[in-house]
Design a protein around this ligand. Structure first.
Ligand code: 5GP
Length: 173
């Protein structure tokens, strides 16, 4: 169940997204940007942030999973990957949350084998204290404590993704 007040309200989220989009627009000016959303979790963050980025860009997605309910399996499966040649693209991976770093590290290494011009990462939430694999994050929305969160694209058992805010989730006991 969802506990207490939202950790981040819809208004807080939208204002942080705008700030991140401004930094991204400044950095990628005159660069051929390919924004890659990591699904499913990042679908809402991705669609919000690309609408705030003020430079031309193309989009693609990676569908990957390593979680069952609230536990990582450590075994990352990719169901859909970026299409075509990316050797002339500056790729920005857009992720919902980084926890142990296992999923993102796997995806990062996989994308690097495609030889993009550059690769940067934007994660909305960073659960830094849980990190096992050190993945470089270039843009971070918020650093959060070690709690399981839902909403704004993040699920528990595929539910709660549609909430416009982010809340802490506790299993009923
Ligand atoms: P990692 O491989 O970094 O441990 O996990 C990354 C993935 O686990 C995220 O993309 C997300 O799908 C899921 N995840 C990690 N922490 C949370 C959390 O607090 N809430 C939700 N809903 N998913 C999480």
């Amino acid at each position: 169940m969802i506990t207490g007040k939202p950790l981040f309200t819809a208004e807080q989220i939208q204002s942080r997204v705008k700030e991140l989009a401004k930094d991204i627009s400044d950095y990628y000016k005159k660069k051929d940007l390919l924004a890659v959303g990591i699904l499913k979790g990042a679908f809402m963050f991705f669609s919000d942030i690309v609408r705030q980025i003020e430079i031309p860009l193309t989009v693609d997605f990676i569908i990957a999973t390593s979680y069952i309910k609230t536990q990582t399996t450590g075994d990352v499966k990719v169901f859909y990957d970026i299409r075509g040649d990316v050797s002339d693209k500056h790729i920005l991976l857009i992720e919902d949350i980084v926890d142990t770093g296992v999923t993102l590290n796997h995806i990062r290494e996989r994308v690097l084998t495609r030889n993009p011009k550059s690769l940067r990462i934007c994660a909305f939430l960073d659960k830094r204290e849980r990190r096992i694999v050190d993945v470089p994050l270039d843009y971070i929305g918020y650093t959060i404590p070690n709690e399981f969160v839902v909403g704004y694209g993040l699920d528990y058992d595929n539910k709660y993704r549609n909430l416009p805010y982010i809340s802490i989730f506790k299993k009923k006991i």
